[in-house]
Design a protein around this ligand. Structure first.
Ligand SMILES: [Zn+2]
Length: 206
């Protein structure tokens, strides 16, 4: 939808929208929650939620209501939503923006990149959408997988160790007299772990 029929309103809206989103940090922490919230949640739906059921009144192609922002009490409605542009502007407190800006200001999240991302995540939850995770950096994935990988490695090493002990050390231990055998078995068992580790590393490296 276009508001092309009203150039004055267009310019006011465009200008003020520009001011409202001029915060250079506003889009820095963007990440996926902000994009998802903008794509999934119509500004009018959030405005409806904030203003209360049935409080928004349709005027031409926009909707107006008393400003729902916590620090603006007014008696004449100046809070305006433009569904076609997914934008809003309050002519009373002179603030405006998109659905995430509205959520951030209405719910008191700070005016920085993180605040916007948090507001977006909160918004997604409020409307029953899953909050997308940021893509995990490679090292984070690595460290998350490490305990599992370490456990698998340890199990494999123990398996190789048992084979080494049975195949190499047991025949030798059997030839020893009983008294020394126990002690020799201890060190053979320890030694077989070194052998197993070496074999396992060689095989994994291959
Ligand atoms: Zn206002």
């Amino acid at each position: 939808m276009t508001t092309g029929g009203n150039p004055v309103q267009d310019s006011v809206y465009t200008r003020d929208r520009g001011v409202a989103t001029a915060n250079p940090q506003g889009d820095r922490g963007v990440g996926k929650p902000i994009e998802a919230a903008k794509a999934l949640i119509p500004t009018i739906d959030l405005a409806d939620l904030l203003c209360g059921p049935g409080q928004m009144r349709r005027v031409g192609d926009r909707w107006i209501a008393l400003c729902p922002l916590p620090d603006h009490n007014e008696k004449t409605p100046s809070f305006t939503v433009y569904p076609g542009e997914q934008g809003w502007y309050c002519y009373g407190c002179q603030r405006g923006g998109d659905v995430v800006d509205l959520a951030r200001i209405a719910w008191g999240f700070p005016d920085d990149g993180r605040g916007a991302a948090e507001a977006a995540a909160y918004l997604l939850m409020e409307f029953g959408h899953p909050v997308p995770e940021r893509p995990a950096p490679w090292h984070a994935r690595q460290s998350r997988q490490r305990p599992v990988r370490d456990r698998i490695d340890a199990e494999r090493v123990e398996h190789v160790r048992l084979l080494v002990f049975r195949l190499i050390w047991m025949p030798w231990l059997r030839g020893l007299p009983g008294r020394v055998r126990e002690e020799a078995a201890d060190s053979a068992w320890a030694e077989s772990r070194h052998t197993a580790l070496r074999l396992y590393e060689q095989r994994r490296g291959a």
